[in-house]
Write a protein that binds this ligand. Structure first.
Ligand code: LRY
Length: 227
């Protein structure tokens, strides 16, 4: 299956589940990622998002739905699929969509976002999701040729406050601009009601990660409530 901008339409109004375990965690195993992704699909995920080349490969084998892949390298600055080399590796691992840093910050390989998107399009069949941190990022990412824009980095780049839930104001602003590419709500969507709010704010689809697939954090929420 090759995902085209047209076939993305199947994701409209749908839930995407991000399945990520972090370095050193007990669930940090690509096979586990594939199993978690398959479980999410049983629950109704229309697509999944996974981090790491082996995770993309295992997840492609484990599910039939589109796989959004990324490669996190580091923790600060531009770390979500930071270079064209990272992005092409994610595409070659089998991702239908490659999620990359979609901010206006300079990139470690010195390429512009437009050059990075063009390189991915030229050398793979993957679509490009730009993980943005602000309205200006989203506008620039659309200009650069991104196929989808996400609010993934809102609250993490200094341009937007880190809201406790989703950044609904940012979603509304980007939706109102009507850039013509799918707007993906991602980041701190912790309840079904918030997922609904994100769609109502104008998102095309909603990505939920931690609240579905990160048991250590979810357990901490419950444990904290009992203190
Ligand atoms: C900022 C950053 O590094 N975000 C990452 C992007 O892939 C993941 O760590 C998040 O879990 C993902 O965006 C989903 O968000 P949430 O887990 O809040 O539902």
């Amino acid at each position: 299956m090759i995902l085209t901008p047209q076939s993305l339409e199947a994701l409209r109004g749908q839930l995407v589940v991000s399945c990520q375990a972090y370095p050193g965690e007990p669930m940090r195993d690509p096979r586990t990622t594939g199993q978690v992704a398959a479980s999410a699909v049983i629950g109704g995920a229309a697509a999944v998002r996974v981090q790491g080349l082996a995770d993309v490969q295992h997840t492609r084998a484990a599910v039939e739905v589109p796989v959004i892949g990324l490669w996190k390298d580091g923790h600060d600055g531009v770390f979500i699929t930071p270079t064209l080399r990272h992005a092409l590796a994610v595409a070659n691992a089998g991702a239908h969509v490659v999620a990359i840093d979609g901010t206006r910050r300079s990139r470690p390989d010195g390429l512009t976002l437009a050059q990075t998107v063009a390189g991915i399009h030229a050398e793979s069949h993957a679509l490009v999701m730009a993980d943005c941190g602000s309205f200006d990022d989203a506008a620039a990412a659309v200009e650069a040729g991104a196929d989808l824009v996400g609010t993934t980095l809102s609250g993490y780049t200094g341009e937007r406050p880190k809201t406790s839930g989703p950044d609904l104001d940012l979603l509304r602003d980007i939706a109102a601009a009507d850039f013509g590419v799918p707007l993906i709500a991602e980041g701190r969507i912790h309840t079904p009601a918030q997922a609904r709010q994100a769609l109502d704010a104008g998102a095309f689809a909603v990505v939920v990660g931690t609240a579905i697939t990160h048991p250590a954090t979810i357990t901490g929420w419950f444990a904290g409530a009992l203190k």
